[in-house]
Ligand binder design. Structure first.
Ligand SMILES: [Zn+2]
Length: 258
């Protein structure tokens, strides 16, 4: 059963969403943790265990993209715990419920901080991956994305088939700006939203965290589905303190019955 919180229940969240015309969700590591993907911080977190990634990743890439690719290909042969956990992970009931809500016309866009591709694998179509997608590469010049397994690696760095620009993995590195097309889409969604769902994220990483607050300032309803309190909790109209794998399927069931 879904736990009841002083501030709200799934029933109240469903009631709030029923009349909304453009619902946007922001999702984070908490959602994928329910698929067995370790979070970054906290006990058992991948950074807690192995140390944070170098903060100069972007600088290293820029100084010598060819060398960065050589090392990346070496690293793949010694796949990290994190990469293996992602490869084993399957979408959980929370991801599946979000795809279902999209098909029902109750959820219009997902902005995710996760790079694991689980929203798409669950069937969501309208997805913006603010930190990139680990299966994709991105052209540094024209922004075109391709699947990583579809590019040629005979020459490093690999080059864009479209414009000849240098390809980089799509995952956003420390120090690397969020791609402009991604930021534009997030702003567009925050401006369209009349309801914003925040799911499984501590909402402390910028710029992702600012979109729900931006929508709220414009008068959108803010709903938080998260087992733990976050800095957004005090702004939220409804807070459901339960794992997304419990609250989202219940939400989809409630909204599915007219
Ligand atoms: Zn290009």
């Amino acid at each position: 059963m879904t736990r009841v919180d002083a501030k709200g229940t799934v029933e109240q969240a469903a009631e709030r969403l029923r009349a909304c015309r453009h619902v946007v969700a922001l999702t984070g590591a908490g959602l994928s943790a329910e698929s067995g993907i370790p979070t970054y911080r906290g006990s058992g977190g991948i950074w807690t265990k192995w140390g944070e990634p170098t903060i100069d990743g972007w600088e290293l890439f820029n100084s010598d993209p060819g060398r960065w690719w050589e090392e990346a290909i070496d690293r793949q042969t010694l796949m990290s715990d994190f990469a293996q956990a992602i490869d084993r992970a399957e979408p959980n009931p929370g991801h599946l419920a979000m795809a279902e809500l999209e098909r029902m016309g109750r959820l219009h866009h997902v902005i995710t901080q996760n790079i694991d591709d689980l929203h798409r694998r669950a069937g969501s179509r309208a997805v913006t991956e603010i930190h990139g997608n680990r299966h994709l590469v991105r052209c540094m010049s024209c922004g075109r994305r391709d699947r990583q397994d579809a590019i040629f690696l005979e020459r490093l760095p690999p080059l864009c088939q479209e414009c000849g620009g240098i390809l980089k993995n799509d995952t956003v590195m420390f120090g690397e700006p969020i791609p402009a097309d991604v930021l534009d889409e997030c702003h567009r969604q925050a401006n369209l939203a009349d309801a914003f769902l925040v799911v499984g994220t501590s909402a402390v990483v910028y710029p992702a965290a600012e979109f729900p607050a931006m929508a709220k300032r414009r008068g959108a309803a803010l709903l938080e589905l998260n087992p733990e309190p976050t800095p957004l909790s005090r702004l939220a109209d409804v807070v459901v303190r339960a794992p997304a794998g419990e609250s989202l399927p219940r939400l989809a069931a409630l909204l599915g019955t007219a």
